[in-house]
Design a protein around this ligand. Structure first.
Ligand code: PAF
Length: 285
């Protein structure tokens, strides 16, 4: 496994290795969700490149940038065991040559100002900016993104298509632990008891999905009432819910009513003792 720590070394590597590349961008703290994306990339491309960069520009001023879990040695061990070809660990100046205060801004207002974008106002601008920079450096044939961050997937897919970046986009399914909790680097903040409570989030989503599937159609009023009941139910399990919304799973447009033969996604963000968790579930009526 090649461990590359600067953009110059990355350029040299790719000058000498002209094979197809599947790219998995990460902020490290590698877990089974990342490794499932590595598996997908390995099946499609000659080389798999994983980047590890905790991107400062996607964290708000009161968020966990300083404390975000960093575990480079363990990450490199996991990625080595998974037969990753290249791990790219750039320095901040490799990614932001003029510094984070003077950077080109990328924004996609129509997809970034609702759901997670409401409580994290500049988060997606940070994500778009860093992924565009990393793509420009790695120049992958395909990029692999996990559906747990569904809104992020949609924003990045839109940017890549809109800017006609010659990189195919692949989404990987959410990987869950044995209790159903979506695997996330931030799960490291939870103790054993909290992990069990956290898994209730997916149980709630699954119950709501089953309920919708058993119901032919929902008008606006019924939908609002039903979701606000479910919101309260999730709060009663110990969460502080930020949003619980149903949207069109292709466009992420909000839905006033539900109709048969349409693809939907139910998305939730909730805090458990200050740890922010997100999850989602797709369904077709
Ligand atoms: O999903 C993540 O880990 C990050 O948002 C990403 C895509 C690596 C950009 O920093």
């Amino acid at each position: 496994m090649e461990i590359i720590r600067s953009v110059e070394s990355l350029n040299t590597y790719f000058k000498e290795n002209k094979k197809t590349v599947g790219f998995v961008p990460t902020m490290g703290s590698i877990h089974d969700g990342h490794l499932s994306l590595v598996d997908l990339a390995k099946k499609r491309f000659d080389l798999t490149c994983v980047s590890i960069f905790v991107n400062p520009t996607q964290f708000g001023p009161n968020e966990d940038f300083a404390n975000y879990p960093r575990s480079e040695n363990e990450d490199l061990r996991f990625l080595g065991d998974a037969n990753v070809d290249i791990v790219y660990l750039p320095q901040e100046l490799d990614v932001y040559p003029y510094g984070t205060q003077h950077k080109t801004e990328i924004s996609l207002e129509h997809l970034s100002k609702f759901l997670c974008g409401k409580s994290r106002p500049l988060h997606f601008e940070g994500v778009l900016g860093v992924v565009l920079r990393l793509i420009n450096q790695v120049r992958p044939n395909g990029i692999f993104l996990g559906k747990k961050d569904y809104q992020q997937c949609k924003l990045l897919e839109f940017m890549i298509k809109d800017l006609q970046i010659p990189t195919a986009v692949y989404f990987g399914e959410i990987v869950r632990d044995s209790n159903g909790l979506a695997i996330s680097s931030r799960n490291k903040y939870l103790d054993q008891r909290e992990l069990v409570v956290a898994s209730q989030l997916f149980k709630s989503l699954s119950e709501i999905k089953e309920f919708f599937i058993g119901t032919a159609c929902y008008d606006e009023k019924e939908l609002i009432n039903f979701l606000s009941e479910q919101y309260k139910k999730i709060e009663s399990k110990g969460f502080k819910v930020e949003y619980l919304e149903i949207r069109d799973s292709l466009s992420l447009d909000s839905c006033n009513s539900l109709k048969s033969n349409q693809e939907y996604i139910l998305l939730v963000a909730a805090k458990l003792n200050n740890v922010r968790l997100i999850d989602n579930i797709e369904f077709t009526l």
